[in-house]
Ligand binder design. Structure first.
Ligand code: SF4
Ligand code: SF4
Length: 490
């Protein structure tokens, strides 16, 4: 057996260090016990000897001899020693005085490529959803009376494509997402931009994948044809069955949108088969029946997958989700997650994308230094070509890091990357969920704390509970149908 490499490895040749538990999060699935290691994000299945050692050290630090003596009636001495070595190597245990694992503070390389550019082709919207971060009470950019043009021009869109091709460096594939306002209000620019981007990407030996988000009110047969022919990924913002949708997603005259969007979405789903069509639901205090919403959108309307996100808002707004409702929401998420697991065990599809996304991160061993890719692998472009951290900050001077003509202001980006790094979020340094959360969404932080660099401490309990559920789902899959997880290897 190789000697342990970790700090705090037991020394069996002289004075013995006191062994103690180090940082990990334990979970169980299908009768097996696992450790989620922090910050490496590795997952280890414990055998009975490993469990016995961890249980013993959970009662308090102990010398190696004491561990061996306590467990020698149950296990061979060599097995105990080997398991202690393994647990030390993965840093689940170590010298009680060994320094705590440092949160890494290494910054991404200067030539980090841009993977996804979100183009705000318009900041105008034909709806007036009360909770909207762009038009509601929590807006950070004045899109109604601000200085930006209402619509992005052809020229700015083309310059943005050049920016993406340039900033994606040597990546063979880049992603261009159209966003708004209501994206389809600027359909002519969408069409020209896709054609231009395809031609320019081919000239550069690259490929660009396209997607857009829309409220579906402006879909019509020729637009649906174009989306299908061009293999544009489509996400529809929709909040649920008629009473829910009509209560939240309304035209400027207050009229509900359900009856307008339903036939259009059905046409889209029937015609557009080249990419899966997803629904994106904003959950507020006024639409908390997650199960009903999910079933309506998948079973009655026919969406391939549905992602649900709690509204970003300050806690005193009347549509902000109360702590009690957050608990109820979590229970419903857990029910859907278990349904997802049942389907995965049968190699079947289930459309709850929240669990799929987190399971993929767990499987890939993601350990984030940043809450998301904004300002690095993902950037948002405002209608005037200013480049911001992401689409939600597009047009905010404070969060602008360049423009599509002159490129990224590396000094500004560098300051952002230091300020928003997990190393700067000391509140998160003792949290086991930080490999997945890393402080969370910058826009959510800006709305709740007035600064994008603050950790989203108002949703820690929720994040930890949800991550724990997903770990259990992952463990169950690893036990019962590990082949299913291979689809996340790509
Ligand atoms: S900052 Fe928030 S809204 Fe923007 S890309 Fe990141 S997670 Fe999404
Ligand atoms: S914001 Fe909360 S849940 Fe997220 S990493 Fe920080 S402490 Fe953990």
């Amino acid at each position: 057996m190789n000697p342990p490499v970790a700090t705090g490895a037991p020394d069996t040749t002289g004075a013995q260090p006191l062994l103690a538990l180090r940082e990990f999060h334990p979970f169980e699935a299908h009768g097996a016990r696992f450790l989620y290691m922090v910050p490496s994000a590795g997952i280890f299945r414990m055998d009975d000897a490993g469990c016995a050692i961890l249980d013993l050290l959970a009662e308090g630090p102990a010398e190696l001899d004491a561990v061996v003596e306590a467990l020698s009636a149950r296990f061979e001495v060599d097995r105990i020693l080997g398991t202690v070595h393994e647990l030390t190597e993965i840093r689940a245990i170590g010298d009680v005085d060994a320094p705590k694992e440092q949160v890494p503070n290494d910054l991404p390389p200067a030539d980090f490529p841009l993977n996804t550019m979100v183009l705000n082709v318009t900041n105008k919207c034909n709806l007036a959803c009360t909770y909207c971060y762009e038009y509601g009470e929590d807006k950070i950019v004045d899109t109604a009376y601000g200085k930006q043009p209402k619509f992005m021009s052809d020229e700015t869109a083309e310059e943005s494509v050049e920016f993406l091709l340039q900033e994606s460096k040597d990546q063979p594939v880049a992603h261009l997402t159209f966003f708004g306002g209501e994206t389809l209000l600027n359909f002519p620019v969408l069409q020209k931009t896709v054609a231009y981007a395809r031609r320019r990407a081919a000239e550069e030996g690259k490929r660009i994948e396209f997607s857009l988000t829309t409220n579906a009110t402006l879909l019509k047969p020729e637009i649906i044809e174009w989306l299908a022919d061009n293999q544009i990924g489509v996400t529809i913002s929709i909040d649920g069955p008629k009473p829910v949708q009509d209560g939240l997603r309304v035209f400027h005259n207050g009229k509900g949108t359900y009856d307008v969007v339903l036939p259009k979405i059905k046409d889209l789903l029937a015609r557009h088969r080249s990419r899966p069509i997803g629904a994106r639901v904003t959950l507020t205090q006024k639409n908390m029946n997650v199960l009903e919403i999910f079933r309506h959108l998948t079973e009655e309307i026919g969406f391939w997958e549905v992602g649900l996100a709690p509204v970003t808002t300050q806690e005193h707004r009347d549509y902000a989700i109360t702590p009690e409702s957050k608990d109820a929401m979590l229970l419903q998420f857990e029910e859907l997650a278990n349904e997802w697991l049942e389907c995965a065990l049968r190699d079947e599809h289930h459309g709850f994308s929240n669990v799929r996304d987190t399971i993929e991160e767990i499987h890939k061993g993601v350990s984030k230094a940043y809450g998301c890719g904004a300002g690095l692998g993902l950037m948002g472009v405002a209608t005037d070509g200013e480049v911001a951290l992401c689409h939600r900050f597009a047009g905010s001077e404070e969060h602008t890091i360049g423009n599509v003509v002159d490129g990224v202001d590396r000094e500004k980006q560098g300051r952002f990357l230091v300020d928003h790094h997990i190393a700067s979020k000391t509140d998160c340094h003792t949290c086991w969920a930080r490999p997945i959360c890393s402080g969370g969404c910058y826009h959510e932080a800006h709305v709740n704390y007035g600064t994008s660099s603050h950790a989203n401490l108002h949703y820690c309990t929720w994040v930890r509970s949800w991550t724990h559920t997903c770990l259990e789902i992952y463990g169950a899959l690893a036990e019962k149908n590990p082949k299913f997880l291979e689809r996340f290897d790509a």
